[in-house]
Design a binder for this molecule. Structure first.
Ligand code: BG6
Length: 306
């Protein structure tokens, strides 16, 4: 069976998805948070990071995996930090598909669609009618997650959206370099100022919280060790029916020492072993016409480093 639904000891539904190749992923239905991804080639090493102290009983956004940030990024006077999607209990499994192509295991995929519709709770925070369809596609060596926001209202809706992906590092953060952001302007949330990325590779040497606006679609997380593999994050945003891709951003975040100590759901030393590279649209609000659908997609894969 490509899909199994179980309950965590805390009583939260967990969707386990597996692929004929052996790759697998798990989704915690609280906030529809993807919490693990094991490619077929590394059945023992999770590509995603979830803190050992993460609260997984459905009372707090999960510290790790891929929380869904929508419809606001960061603090807002009207709703919880990063919006309500990642803490909603109203997500449902919509459908499960398996595309089989004999002799081509690589391109086979197992796909699950989840859905969140505007409801009494979301209207308290955000008085608009919408449907979000979230597609999780598993292949042998990659995981694709795609948010589809449909404006079901009779007016334009404006929102931010982010696939807040936490990656587990096979070696220390000091060996990690984020590649692909050279020349991109960013807002440095730590310094509170704008800057431009100068180097080919970004090293994390302190608290890092940067919003790279209109970033390129392919980012590498490189490890300078004997591992010889890297994580590739590819992103893509579009409004259905439009030929041109929409601009999208990348947030790079590592809390470092002091911030880690201040987070109750994150171990003091865990900043050594994680990095967030988060595709989305947060540097500006996406404006979506009635009846239209906005798609924000990322593909996460592992490949041999050059
Ligand atoms: C990042 C933000 O996306 O998420 C950071 O850029 C923030 O500023 C981080 O600290 C974690 O947010 P939260 O709400 O999960 O603690």
């Amino acid at each position: 069976m490509p899909l199994r639904i179980t309950k965590s000891p805390e009583g939260v539904e967990i969707v386990q998805v597996s692929h004929p190749s052996g790759s697998r992923t798990e989704i915690n239905m609280y906030g529809c948070t993807v919490t693990s991804f094991y490619p077929a080639s590394s059945p023992d090493r999770d590509v995603l990071f979830v803190s050992e102290k993460a609260v997984v009983d459905g009372t707090k956004a999960i510290r790790g995996g891929i929380p869904l940030v929508f419809p606001v990024f960061g603090a807002s006077p009207d709703m919880p930090n990063h919006g309500f999607a990642r803490i909603s209990n109203e997500w449902k499994v919509d459908s499960v598909n398996q595309h089989k192509q004999p002799d081509e295991v690589e391109s086979d995929l197992t796909e699950v669609w989840f859905v969140l519709e505007s409801n009494e709770e979301t209207r308290k925070y955000w008085p608009h009618e919408f449907t979000i369809k979230y597609q999780v596609q598993l292949r042998a060596e990659s995981l694709q997650t795609a948010l589809h926001v449909v404006n079901c209202d009779d007016h334009v809706i404006e929102f931010q959206a982010l696939l807040h992906s936490y990656f587990r590092l096979p070696s220390d953060i000091s060996n990690v370099r984020v590649e692909g952001l050279k020349g991109v302007s960013y807002f440095d949330k730590v310094a509170g100022s704008n800057a431009t990325e100068e180097g080919d590779e970004l090293a994390v040497t302190g608290e890092t919280d940067r919003v790279f606006a209109n970033a390129p679609d392919r980012i590498h997380i490189n490890f300078q060790d004997e591992n010889k593999r890297r994580i590739v994050v590819e992103k893509w945003a579009q409004v259905e029916g439009e030929t041109q891709e929409r601009n999208s951003d990348v947030v790079v975040w590592n809390p470092w020492i002091e911030k880690a100590k201040g987070m109750g759901d994150f171990g003091d030393d865990e900043y050594h072993h994680m990095i967030c590279v988060e595709p989305g649209r947060v540097s500006a609000k996406e404006k979506l016409q009635p009846g239209k659908m906005y798609i924000l997609k990322q593909t996460i894969s592992i490949e041999a480093a050059q």
